[in-house]
Design a protein around this ligand. Structure first.
Ligand SMILES: [Zn+2]
Length: 343
């Protein structure tokens, strides 16, 4: 990926005879739901309530977990109810990611050198792995991180950092943007969210406007081919409106996901998204013709199901074959000129 390729659609694979769909399974876009500040004090029933809404739309959320919110006495490893619930949520397709160590002070990493950050991040990661399961992603407490954070995350084997950006940018690799200063040191993918995409404190009075704003922001990303990252805090979602006595934030999440679903949008966890992103940006996709047969070739180290080709064939081409890593995986004669092939 060349510098600045991070801005805009990376997969303009227009091969005249077909296009490569940017999202798996013919989906038209991507929307990720992320919940911050899950800790030993979180109510499992609140998480299950959110899960019941997500399940309706086939959405997988990412739960950013604080290992010891406020200090060691609040270690999540000591609360079986919460860790059991999180393990079950992971079994249902959701993801657990790391959110600092104690989140105290709120910008926990500010002012810490690389070694100090590393000791918090490794201790937090270990606690989550031991009490819940594998951890792939990180979001800094109060979004405060720096280059040292990225280096530590890369060294510790994290696959992504879910930071915040003032620019509405695509996922990117810091080494691409900042090279040659850091070169290959930082092997991590940034999946930024945008501060205004924060869903919280919805009231019966603000509901309509909040929903409209969220849909408009989503539409802005969707039309550009940029994934949309919604972020929220569980307690803020669970607030009860003083007039209606309803969880207006939860209701809004429900309405918003319904809106996204109508547009055939993929709702993966962050790690599902990141792995797809790596696949689709590094796969080498080419084609050649042999008489009236279109032969598409995909070369990729990792292959993820759902790769989609949208055909746009002239009348004289009737047959299509697809090879993945030189193995025939699809072939069809007399195929429709505008057929969609999903591997
Ligand atoms: Zn937080």
């Amino acid at each position: 990926m060349a510098p600045l390729s991070a801005f805009g659609n990376p997969v303009e694979e227009d091969h005249d005879l077909f296009t490569v769909n940017m999202w798996p399974n013919g989906m038209s876009g991507a929307c990720m739901v992320t919940l911050d500040d899950i800790s030993s004090g979180t109510s499992p029933s609140d998480m299950w309530l959110v899960d019941s809404i997500l399940q309706e739309y086939g959405a997988h959320a990412t739960f950013f977990v604080i290992p010891a919110h406020g200090g060691e006495s609040n270690a999540i490893a000591d609360n079986d109810d919460v860790t059991d619930a999180l393990r079950q949520l992971v079994d249902k397709g959701h993801e657990v990611a790391l959110h600092g160590y104690s989140h105290t002070p709120p910008k926990e990493l500010r002012g810490l050198n690389k070694e100090e950050q590393a000791s918090l991040i490794t201790a937090g990661k270990e606690m989550l792995i031991n009490s819940i399961g594998p951890v792939y992603g990180f979001r800094a407490p109060s979004f405060w991180d720096n280059t040292s954070t990225q280096v530590v995350l890369a060294e510790e084997g994290f696959e992504y950092n879910a930071g915040a950006s003032l620019f509405n940018v695509y996922p990117y690799q810091p080494k691409d943007l900042f090279d040659p200063f850091f070169g290959d040191v930082i092997d991590i993918i940034e999946v930024p969210c945008f501060p205004i995409d924060y869903l919280a404190h919805v009231t019966s009075v603000s509901y309509s406007e909040d929903l409209y704003k969220l849909e408009a922001r989503f539409e802005g990303c969707h039309s550009k081919g940029t994934p949309f990252v919604l972020f929220t805090h569980l307690p803020a979602l669970m607030e009860v409106d003083s007039h209606t006595r309803r969880h207006e934030g939860l209701l809004l999440l429900d309405s918003f996901l319904g809106y996204a679903e109508e547009q055939n949008v993929w709702m993966p966890s962050m790690i599902e998204f990141v792995r797809w992103w790596e696949f689709i940006t590094q796969a080498k996709i080419d084609y050649h013709m042999s008489s009236n047969n279109l032969v598409i070739s995909v070369i990729s180290e990792d292959v993820i199901e759902g790769l989609t080709f949208n055909l746009a064939l002239p009348p004289d081409i009737n047959d299509v074959s697809v090879y993945v890593n030189n193995e025939l995986v699809f072939t069809q004669q007399d195929i429709d000129s505008d057929a969609r092939i999903i591997l």
